[in-house]
Ligand binder design. Structure first.
Ligand SMILES: NC(=O)c1ccc[n+]([C@@H]2O[C@H](COP(=O)([O-])OP(=O)(O)OC[C@H]3O[C@@H](n4cnc5c(N)ncnc54)[C@H](OP(=O)(O)O)[C@@H]3O)[C@@H](O)[C@H]2O)c1
Length: 326
């Protein structure tokens, strides 16, 4: 079975490619810039150049492929508008997959996307789910809601760095999951026929508010967060202003996501059925405590080592003639 991972240079896509290669699967990755993907080649993947927004690149990339795993999305840092990649790009890919008689299309959506029609990314995910389910492809839709990896830049690093942690205060609990676990669920989907033409939530062991995540980071790092609250009304204002300008469309689309975070509707779902269908044990899923504990103990150890090295260099400088005297 040949897999094509789309978005394999991304946070989740790379974990899926790695997991699939570790399981000795035949993996091809569609990438826009092969130079950015040398690590995938080193892991053993085949690299093919392509772009969701260039439909002519998709046909050749799909030759000989049995399953597509689509973990691509517009980069927050990019000028391409959300719609170009996440809607038109995905339509291109689904149509190319139909033409190529792909056996299965695994699509990453977002949990509860249908509840937020005014948030562009959620609306596009919901529309793409519909477009895929109405296609003639065998599909599996996986709906995560937040990656633990995203919490490092958002909370852990600023707390360690004594920088401000920004948040709106109106906080929706989110059941974050480690992308390594999501990768494990994804490759299981490939082996379980009962996952065909079905949609599953893929969420962590419990939902956390921003306050709770910050408290946990403070406890594990033994530091106090410098919290800066941004009123949600201010963000709505910024969104309206940047939305007037073409350069600001992507920023505006992203800021709309604050509506999800301010909704107070928990991003969480029961996972019992998913564990049963995939025959996985919930006890093996990483908790946020364990994930952050591992992160902070690794970083603290590194910081201690750096401090120790600096101290050693300082001591050497203070006694430059010691060795010649003795
Ligand atoms: N992050 C979250 O918390 C979260 C939560 C729920 C669901 N999801 C969903 O999970 C999936 C993976 O998210 P992620 O955070 O891992 O994404 P990410 O780190 O932002 O990576 C995005 C990937 O998409 C690729 N890409 C962007 N535009 C492309 C194009 N025009 N053609 C081909 N590839 C393109 C990027 O390639 P380059 O390296 O070339 O830029 C990159 O590999 C997405 O569907 C996302 O919506 C994410």
């Amino acid at each position: 079975m040949k897999l094509l991972v789309v978005g394999a240079t991304g946070t989740l896509g790379r974990q899926i490619a790695r997991r699939a290669l570790e399981e000795d699967r035949d993996v091809r990755c569609l990438v826009r810039n092969p130079r950015k993907a040398t690590f995938l080649k080193e892991w053993g993947a085949e690299i093919v150049q392509g772009d969701l927004c260039k439909p002519e690149t998709l046909g050749p990339a799909l030759e000989g492929v049995d399953v597509i795993i689509d973990a691509a999305t517009t980069r927050a840092t990019e000028s391409a508008r959300l719609q170009q990649v996440d809607w038109y790009g995905k339509v291109n890919l689904i149509q190319a997959a139909e033409k190529a008689n792909i056996q299965r299309f695994i699509f990453f959506s977002i949990l509860n996307a249908e509840n937020f029609p005014d948030v562009p990314l959620m609306d596009i995910k919901h529309c793409t789910e519909k477009f895929l389910t109405e296609s003639n492809l065998n599909y599996t839709i996986l709906r995560p809601c937040g990656f633990m990896q995203g919490l490092i830049g958002q909370y852990a690093v600023p707390i360690l760095d004594n920088q401000a942690v920004w948040f709106t205060g109106e906080s929706t609990p989110i059941a974050y999951m480690d992308t390594l676990d999501i990768a494990k669920f994804t490759t299981r989907v490939l082996d379980v026929q009962d996952t065909e033409n079905r949609t599953f939530p893929i969420v962590g062991t419990r939902a956390w508010t921003a306050d709770e995540v910050i408290n946990l980071c403070e406890r594990l790092s033994n530091r106090t967060a410098k919290i800066s609250r941004i009123p949600i009304g201010f963000l709505r204002g910024v969104r309206r202003i940047v939305g007037f300008f073409q350069w600001g469309w992507n920023v505006s689309d992203r800021l709309a996501f604050t509506e999800v975070l301010a909704s107070g509707k928990p991003l969480d779902a029961p996972m019992d059925e998913v564990y049963t269908v995939l025959d996985l044990d919930p006890k093996d899923t990483t908790t946020l405590e364990a994930y952050l504990q591992e992160y902070f103990s690794r970083i603290m150890k590194k910081l201690k080592e750096i401090g120790y090295e600096k101290e050693k260099k300082k001591k050497k400088k203070k006694t430059p003639f010691k060795s010649s005297e003795s």
